[in-house]
Design a protein around this ligand. Structure first.
Ligand SMILES: Cc1ncc(COP(=O)(O)O)c(C=O)c1O
Length: 442
C-alpha cells in the first residue's frame, strides 16, 4: 500500500523544522559584536576617510572578491547605480536603455541623473535584455545601456557589449541582485564600464541596506567619487579630481559605518556561504530531477548557475495531468515550502502593477496625469519623449511565468537530510499524481 498523501489524511514526508535551513539573512553574534564595538568606541561616523575604517575595508574586500581595481561603498544599490551612471558620463537629456521587467530601482537612478529611460524588450528564456532589440532602440541621444542580471541569471553580455562598442555606448551592470553570478566563468559586475551591487537583506552579502560601486576604469571611478563622496577625494589619483576635495556634485553617498561593519563581517563568510548554497542547489536539483516528471529549464551556454531562482518545471502528462495549484497544495501538505512563482515574479513591489515599468502610470500615463510628473521632473533637457505604454514591448508584455513552473526554497545552511525528505515528498506526490488529479479535478 502506498504511503498515503497528507492531503488525504497521511503523514507529511517532511518532518524536520525548516526555518533554520531557509533563514536569510543570517546575522550571528560576530555581526552584533562588530556593531557593539563601534557604538562603545564612539566610532559611528566615517566623516574623515580612514583606510582602516569598516567602509574602506569593505571596499577592499569587494574589490578583491570581484577582482576589480576600484570599489566605492554606498548607502544602497540604488545610489551605487547613480554613481555608476554619473561615472560613465550619463547626464540630463541622455537616453539610457534598460529592460522594463525589472525592479523599479534599476530605473530610478537614470531619472536621478536627469536622463531618459528607454525600455527594450527581453529574451523570453532569460527574461533579460534582448541585444537585437536594444540595437533597434539606439538613437543619437543614447549614452548607455544599463544591463540587469537577475538572481543567478546573467544577461547576454557578449552580444550586449558588442552592440555597445559598435555604437560607442557605455555599459553599466545592475548586479544588485546577483552577487556571485558567473558569465562564462567571469563575475558579473566586472564585465563592463561600471557596476552596482546591493547589500540589502536577501542578498548573499547583506547588511540591512548598503551598496557597492565597482569599476576597473580610473576615470569612471574618479567621476563616480566626485558625485557624492567628498571626504574621499584627497585620495584620488588625478590632481584635477583631487582638487574637488571638500565638495561634490549633487549627492552625499557615504555608507553608514554600522552598515559597512556588518557587510565586512558578512564578506568574510563568502566562501563558506557560496559553497553551502551551491552544494544545496546541486543536491536539491539532482534529487528533484531523479523523481521523474520534474526538470530544470535549459539555459544559454554562457550561464553557469545550475539553480536559477529555484524554478522547477513539471511535465503534467507524466504526472497524471495534474494542475499546478493541485501539485503545490499536495507538496505543501507534505511540508515542502513550494510556491507558485508567478505571484511573486510578476508584480512591481508595493503595487498591483505587473512587473513591466513601461506600463506603470509614470510612463504609460493615467487619467490623473501621472506621466506629467515624469516630464516635469526631467525638465527641458529632454529632446524627445520615447513612446511608453502598451504594445511597445511585445515579449515583456507577454512574459508570464510558464504554467508548468513551481518554485523551491533556497537552503542557506547544510541541508542534506532535509533535501532527502524533499525528495521523498516529491516521490510520494508523483507516485499518486493520478489519484490526486482525479479527486481534485474531476
Ligand atoms: C534589480 C535591482 N536593481 C537595483 C536594486 C536596488 O538595490 P537597493 O535596494 O540596495 O537600493 C534592486 C533592489 O533589490 C534590484 O532588485
Amino acid at each position: 500500500m502506498k504511503d498515503q498523501l497528507t492531503v488525504f489524511g497521511g503523514s507529511p514526508a517532511i518532518t524536520l523544522a525548516q526555518d533554520e535551513f531557509t533563514q536569510w539573512p543570517i546575522y550571528p553574534e560576530t555581526e552584533a559584536g562588530s556593531v557593539a564595538d563601534l557604538v562603545r568606541n564612539h566610532k559611528l561616523s566615517s566623516a574623515h576617510y580612514n583606510p582602516d575604517s569598516p567602509s574602506a575595508r569593505l571596499e577592499r574586500a569587494f574589490a578583491s572578491r570581484w577582482g576589480v581595481k576600484y570599489a566605492l561603498a554606498h548607502p544602497n544599490g540604488t545610489s551605487a547605480l547613480q554613481s555608476a551612471l554619473f561615472g560613465v558620463g550619463v547626464g540630463p537629456g541622455d537616453e539610457v536603455i534598460l529592460q522594463s521587467a525589472t525592479h523599479p530601482y534599476s530605473c530610478v537612478p537614470i531619472i536621478g541623473r536627469g536622463a531618459v529611460p528607454v525600455f527594450a524588450d527581453v529574451n523570453p528564456i532569460t527574461r533579460l535584455l534582448d541585444p537585437s532589440d536594444v540595437e533597434r532602440r539606439i538613437t543619437s541621444r543614447t549614452k548607455a545601456i544599463l544591463v540587469v542580471h537577475w538572481h543567478g541569471m546573467p544577461a547576454d553580455m557578449d552580444s550586449l557589449l558588442k552592440v555597445a562598442r559598435c555604437h560607442d555606448l557605455k555599459v553599466v551592470e545592475d548586479n544588485c541582485v546577483s552577487q556571485g553570478t558567473l558569465h562564462r566563468g567571469r563575475m558579473c559586475g566586472t564585465l563592463a564600464d561600471g557596476a552596482a551591487i546591493s547589500l540589502q537583506d536577501g542578498k548573499l552579502t547583506s547588511a540591512g541596506e548598503g551598496g557597492i560601486f565597482l569599476t576597473n576604469d580610473p576615470d569612471v571611478y574618479q567621476r563616480a567619487a566626485i558625485l557624492g563622496q567628498h571626504e574621499r577625494l584627497k585620495e584620488l589619483p588625478d590632481e584635477k579630481y583631487r582638487t574637488v576635495a571638500g565638495f561634490c556634485f549633487g549627492e552625499k553617498f557615504r555608507i553608514a559605518t554600522v552598515t559597512a561593519a556588518i557587510g565586512l563581517v558578512q564578506m568574510q563568510k563568502w566562501d563558506e556561504r557560496m559553497s553551502v548554497r551551491k552544494h544545496n542547489a546541486e543536491k536539491l536539483g539532482q534529487a528533484i530531477e531523479e523523481v521523474g516528471g520534474f526538470y530544470f529549464a535549459e539555459v544559454p551556454d554562457y550561464v553557469e548557475s545550475p539553480y536559477l531562482q529555484g524554478w522547477v518545471r513539471f511535465r503534467p502528462h507524466e504526472l497524471g495531468g495534474v494542475h499546478r495549484e493541485t501539485l503545490i497544495q499536495a507538496l505543501q501538505a507534505e511540508g515542502a515550502q513550494v510556491v507558485n512563482p508567478a505571484t511573486r515574479a510578476s508584480r512591481i513591489p508595493h503595487t498591483d502593477q505587473i512587473r513591466a515599468l513601461h506600463l506603470h502610470p509614470v510612463f504609460a500615463g493615467n487619467e490623473v496625469g501621472a506621466e506629467e510628473i515624469l516630464w516635469d521632473v526631467l525638465g527641458s533637457s529632454v529632446r524627445q519623449r520615447p513612446k511608453y505604454g502598451p504594445d511597445t514591448l511585445p515579449v515583456t508584455e507577454d512574459l508570464e511565468v510558464p504554467y508548468d513552473t513551481i518554485q523551491l526554497p533556497s537552503f542557506t545552511r547544510p541541508a542534506d537530510q532535509l533535501i532527502a525528505q524533499y525528495q521523498q515528498a516529491f516521490l510520494k506526490v508523483a507516485a499518486q499524481a493520478d489519484t490526486l488529479t482525479k479527486s481534485y479535478e474531476s
